[in-house]
Every structure is written in structure tokens, then in C-alpha cells.
Design a protein around this ligand. Structure first.
Ligand code: PA5
Length: 429
């Protein structure tokens, strides 16, 4: 289960300034009410319980098939249609997943940019490899994945012929209306459903996240079990014992006191894409009506050597949220040397994990002393179950936090502006 340590904010905000039961209860009730059929985009709230079991079994069967006939799975999608899957694979398998020796296919993510360099490079990596495509788009009209799909579908057809290619394309899309769904049905691709009223950034517990995860060997039963466990606890606990209440109310309290940027920090490089997923979740949900906390992230200790000066000493409008783990998958000792040439023998035979923990403690203390409130989210381990806990926790807390801020956390009207300009400049009829 998730624990929160909020001792690092006590110098910056009094408990009664953020632990206000009435608004948080109202936000909680409002969030739970949105499950009614007349509301939009909150089916994700009970997905860990209600997720279509037949579809879930089909995901596992298709993952097995892709594992048996493909060296590579190409996941084509952008934003919420790929970040959760990538976050899970990097955290639970490895950020070097594709380089490691393993019995599961490589997973390449494309269609999340318009870079010819990137697409050409992936095309090069696919030479002499058997591959399948999972194209993920709720609308089916998003430019980046649509262009990438055209390119890689052509490659697939040239490799396997029209019929062979069709059996290697899996489309994850809207149940009935999106352009991709219509095309997939016409062409006969196998499809998975993004359930109604689940926005892209809340879709990690659907086939959007689960199929690529399962292909990479992540245990999706455990992921959903973790999410379910957290769902049961945090949707029913209407008190400040609830970690989602604590996180949502504390960050909104700090925001009211001028901490307008939240830096998500983790001492594990494998967490980097989890932070990217989190940034989309909170940025798209809360950046509205001229307000909202700006979500940023750092990977520590690496970024202490690039962003450390600013974090310690720059504009004091930051809050920091550190994600940490109680136990680790593996450790390694610092070797002793006879001549102590670098003066590090005082650390000899110490586990690197204990040194990393000391770095975290030292940094937390320095940042608090330097004027940055620090919240810590503590997970038991870096397991498939813990991923389920954390992703569900962040989603629920995001809904609460957005409602406390007084905006609708489930729409994203602002993302249309640049698209309209781009389509005009590209001459779309
Ligand atoms: O959260 C969102 O809604 C967005 O990030 C979408 O996921 C992203 O724009 C991709 O959209 P689509 O799945 O329709 O291609």
C-alpha cells in the first residue's frame, strides 16, 4: 500500500491550512458522483473492478501470440495512448528492456512525434525482424500516430502481404465511432476497446496499457490487483488517513501559498517514464482557466548535477514530491581497494541502495532548508502490484486535486489550439 510522509511540508504550511475536511469531502463526493451515466470521462474510477474480463483474457492470448510470432512489437500512439505502457515497461522490466537478453519481443514506441529521423531509425531496426503493430488511438484522427501507421502498415504489407499483414495488426480504439475503429472493422484487424468515458491519460488499466505490458512480460493480473486494492481503500476512506486526500489537499494548499511548480523526483532511472506519464496526467487535467500547478520532473541523483542549483537556490515557487521504495529488486556493494586510490574505502562493502537512500535523505533535508516543501510517496517495492497501486493512486488524487482547484479535471479544451493552426498551415481541406 502507499504511504505518504508529509513532515517535509510542515515548515511551509500549517496542518489546518490544508487539512480542511469540508472541501475535500465535497470533492471526493463529486468525484464519486461522476460515475453516473450522465457524466463524462470517469469510467476509469472503477475499471480495476469492472474491466471486461473477456477482453482481459483476449489481451493475454494476443500477447502470447505476439510473443510467439514477433521479435518486435511496434506500439503506435501518442500522449495517453502510449505513456502508461512505456512507463510500466521501463519501471517493471527495465529502461534498457530492448537491449537486455530476454524471451519476450522488443517493444518500440513510434507515432509520438513527427521526426523523420526517428521513424527511419525504427524502420532500420525492423530489418530482418518479425514484427507486429499495436496501433492505439481513441479518435483515430491524431496526426502523429496516423502518419506512423501509414508508414509501418506499408512496411508490414511489403513483408507479409496484405493478408499476412492484417493478422499482425492490433488496433486499440474507441468502441464504435472513431475513424480507426471503422477502418479496423473494414480491414478485419483485431481490435481492443478503449471503454467509453475513459480519457487517454486515464487509460493505463485498459488494453492501451495492458497489451504492450503483457507482451513485455509484465504480469497484468498483478497490475490490476494492485489497482483494485488501492481503489477499494482510497475511494471509500473519507478521511485524512486516505493518502489520496493527503496528497491532493497538501499540493493544493501549497499551490495557494505560491508553490506553483511541482517537481516529481525519483532516485531510480527506471521511473523516468512514470514521471512523463504523471506530467501528462496532472498537466492536462489541471492546467486550465489560467491556473494549475505546473508539473515537472527530475531523475536523481543525476539531475542534482544539472538542476540541483535551481532546486536549492532558484525562485522559491517549487514544491517537490519524491517517490521512493521500501525495498529493491537487487543491490550491489561498493568494492574495497588495497590502495584506496580514490579515498572511497569508507564506503567499501556498503550496498549502493543504502548510499542512494542517504543521498535522498540528505537532499530532502537540503531542499527543505532551502525553501522547498517536500512530500514523499513511499511504495513497498518496484513490483507489478505496486505499479497498479501507484498509477491508480495518482489518477484518483488527480481527480480530487482538480476538483479542489475548481476546474473540470477530465476535459482538455486547450490542446485543440495548436492542432487547428497546424492543420491550417498544412492545408488540410
Ligand atoms: O489524454 C489524452 O486524451 C491525449 O493525450 C490523447 O491520449 C492523445 O492526444 C492521443 O489521442 P488519440 O488516442 O485519440 O490518438
Amino acid at each position: 500500500m502507499i504511504k505518504l510522509d508529509l513532515t517535509g511540508i510542515s515548515n511551509f504550511i500549517a496542518r489546518d491550512e490544508w487539512q480542511q475536511k469540508e472541501p475535500v469531502t465535497a470533492a471526493h463526493d463529486k468525484l464519486m458522483e461522476t460515475l453516473g451515466p450522465e457524466h463524462e470521462f470517469t469510467t476509469w474510477l472503477n475499471l480495476p473492478e469492472t474491466y471486461d474480463r473477456a477482453e482481459f483474457h483476449r489481451i493475454k492470448a494476443v500477447a502470447e501470440r505476439i510473443r510467439s510470432d514477433s521479435d518486435v512489437l511496434l506500439v503506435i500512439g501518442v500522449g495517453g495512448s502510449y505513456l502508461g505502457a512505456r512507463a510500466a515497461i521501463e519501471l517493471l522490466r527495465s529502461p534498457n528492456y530492448n537491449l537486455n537478453q530476454k524471451s519476450t519481443p522488443n517493444v518500440y514506441f513510434v507515432g509520438n512525434n513527427l521526426s523523420a529521423e526517428h521513424i527511419n531509425e525504427i524502420g532500420h531496426l525492423l530489418r530482418n525482424k518479425n514484427f507486429s503493430i499495436n496501433v492505439v488511438s481513441k479518435s483515430g484522427q491524431t496526426l502523429e500516430p496516423a502518419i506512423a501507421f501509414r508508414i509501418f502498415k506499408d512496411l508490414l504489407e511489403s513483408r507479409y502481404g496484405d493478408i499476412g499483414a492484417k493478422s499482425r495488426i492490433y488496433a486499440t480504439c474507441d468502441r464504435r465511432s472513431g475513424a480507426l475503429k471503422q477502418w479496423a472493422d473494414r480491414e478485419g484487424f483485431q481490435t481492443f476497446v478503449i471503454p467509453d468515458r475513459v480519457g487517454g491519460r486515464f487509460s493505463v488499466f485498459t488494453a492501451v496499457g495492458l497489451l504492450p505490458m503483457a507482451v513485455s512480460g509484465v504480469d497484468i493480473d498483478k497490475v490490476l490487483a494492485g489497482a483494485f486494492d488501492t481503489m477499494k481503500n482510497i475511494t471509500t476512506d473519507r478521511s485524512f488517513q486516505n493518502p489520496a486526500w493527503q496528497y491532493a489537499a497538501a499540493r493544493q494548499g501549497l499551490y495557494r501559498k505560491g508553490k506553483i511548480i511541482e517537481v516529481l523526483a525519483c532516485y531510480e532511472p527506471a521511473f523516468q517514464y512514470m514521471a512523463e506519464w504523471w506530467k501528462q496526467l496532472y498537466g492536462e487535467s489541471e492546467g486550465k482557466d489560467g491556473g494549475g500547478i505546473f508539473p515537472a520532473s527530475v531523475t536523481l541523483t543525476a539531475d542534482l548535477h544539472s538542476m540541483g542549483q535551481y532546486l536549492q537556490d532558484g525562485t522559491r515557487n517549487l514544491m517537490e514530491t519524491v517517490v521512493s521504495f521500501d525495498t529493491f529488486r537487487r543491490d550491489i556493494e561498493v568494492p574495497a581497494t588495497v590502495d584506496d586510490f580514490d579515498g572511497l574505502n569508507y564506503l567499501a562493502e556498503k550496498g549502493l541502495e543504502s548510499i542512494n537512500r542517504v543521498a535522498k535523505q540528505a537532499t530532502n533535508e537540503a531542499h527543505i532548508a532551502g525553501g522547498v516543501p517536500v512530500m514523499e510517496i513511499i511504495l513497498p517495492d518496484m513490483s507489478d502490484t505496486a505499479f497498479g497501486h501507484l498509477a491508480y493512486f495518482f489518477q484518483f488524487a488527480c481527480g480530487l486535486s482538480g476538483l479542489l482547484q475548481g476546474i473540470n479535471p477530465f476535459d482538455q479544451p486547450g490542446v485543440e489550439a495548436y492542432k487547428n493552426n497546424m492543420f491550417r498551415l498544412l492545408g488540410r481541406p
